[in-house]
Design a protein around this ligand. Structure first.
Ligand code: NAD
Length: 387
């Protein structure tokens, strides 16, 4: 089957990690008889340099024409002094809103091979895990196209004060909650709404909507937690969580926190999805659905452009490679192929390959510290060796 994938490598380490993910996608295409056609697009700082805009209209238009989008990261010190509306990060907001991807799925699980890279003690992990194992497996569902990042903002005339606004409609809350419930239904059937309802009116609306929506999912346990407590509980007892659903700002912060528990931010993939039925309808009207079912999604590692390590061939490409696996699963329905990538990553870690960020603090016996490209090659080798 033929699929088109928009590649938005972006800035800093973005191009390095996306290049490794593309090699892995190509190997999967060869192995399983698919064709992935790539359309490389500019967004972020590189687009500012070449066009003056973080998200040129042609980039968004071309991305919409593809079946899915794989993004590296945008931003860097070079563009930090630009006014807010011209900064590279505006490209992310524009792509997410333009593609209508409002639910950002950020899985965070501790892989057994990376136990040493997790800063939490075994006994702490065990205490909160219902099966008593020193691990955790949670999913943060972050609302992605509303809230503080999209609300009205500005400065007073004298420049001495500034404001940002958190606004959510019932519809925005309901649709992301339903994404969370769908995810919880195929996991451990627990959903925790994380907010700041003791202070914020918008959070109180989240709770009201959740109280109604939860009635449609009687077999899923719904709980509520304030975000400050959740920040603490994530390091105190991460095993208590299954699915966390939260706002744009809180999800951004909590998922970076969760990434540390998995060993490194270089391990965490993400999928941003919209209303799949609407996406399928769009595809059908453009003739795409005649031969295949695709659901538009935006896939990216949760880390940024890491300017401190850019151009040094030391960035961990696994988050982006795992994002490519999510792309195959959620946008193309290629579950077998997605699992093949995930297994190849696991086998690569089993073989001892580590980028610097996930190296064992104690220096494990079979550990091989490698760079970005070598890690990508190791995943390709593991993929080739699969039966
Ligand atoms: P960052 O995620 O880029 O880096 C935080 C730390 O994690 C750094 O020490 C970095 O070296 C390390 N790190 C990140 N990814 C890594 C990887 N794959 N392998 C190994 N180590 C890795 O966050 P930051 O420093 O706050 O932001 C840098 C720039 O990225 C800023 O311009 C920011 O706005 C932008 N940013 C972009 C995105 C995005 O494109 N989605 C997300 C977050 C930040």
């Amino acid at each position: 089957m033929n699929y088109s994938i928009a590649l938005v490598p972006g800035d800093g380490i973005g191009p390095d990690v996306v290049a490794q993910a593309v090699e892995v996608l190509d190997a999967v295409a060869d192995k399983y008889g698919h064709v992935f056609n790539y359309v490389e697009l500019e967004a972020g700082g590189c687009a500012i340099d070449s066009t003056g805009e973080p998200l040129p209209a042609e980039t968004l238009e071309a991305a919409k024409q593809c079946d899915a989008v794989l993004l590296g990261a945008v931003g860097g010190p070079k563009w930090e002094t630009l006014p807010g509306h011209l900064r590279p990060e505006r490209a992310l907001l524009g792509l997410r809103a333009g593609l209508g991807v409002y639910a950002n799925l950020r899985p965070a699980a501790l892989l057994p091979q990376l136990r040493d890279a997790c800063p939490i003690k075994d006994e702490v992990l065990r205490a909160s895990n219902p099966n008593g194992e020193a691990t955790f497996d949670l999913l943060i569902v972050r609302e992605l196209t509303g809230g503080l990042y999209f609300g009205e903002r500005g400065r007073s005339a004298d420049g001495n004060s500034a404001f940002d606004t958190e606004t959510y409609s019932k519809e925005e809350i309901e649709r992301v909650l339903r994404s969370g419930y769908r995810a919880a239904a195929v996991r451990r059937k627990k959903l925790c709404v994380v907010d700041k309802a003791n202070v914020l009116e918008s959070s109180r609306l989240w709770r009201e909507v959740a109280a109604v929506v939860s009635k449609d999912y009687p077999d899923i346990e719904t709980t509520y937690m304030y975000v400050d407590n959740c920040a603490m509980q994530l390091v105190r007892a991460p095993g208590q969580f299954d699915v966390i659903v939260t706002s744009n700002l809180f999800g951004d912060i909590l998922s970076d926190e969760a990434s540390v528990l998995t060993g490194s931010i270089g391990m965490l993939a993400s999928a941003s999805l919209g209303d799949s039925s609407a996406a399928s309808a769009n595809a059908a009207s453009s003739g795409k659905a005649a031969a295949k079912q695709v659901t538009m999604g935006l896939y990216e590692p949760i880390h940024g452009s890491a300017p401190d390590i850019a151009g040094q061939d030391i960035a961990n490409p696994l988050a982006t490679i795992l994002s490519a696996a999510m792309l195959l699963r959620y946008s193309f329905g290629l579950e077998k192929e997605a699992q093949a990538i995930e297994k190849a990553v696991s086998d690569t870690l089993d073989a001892g390959y580590r980028t610097r960020d996930i190296a064992s603090r104690k220096g494990a016996a079979n550990e091989k510290i490698v760079g970005t490209k070598e890690m990508g090659k190791a995943v390709l080798t593991a993929l080739e060796h699969q039966k």
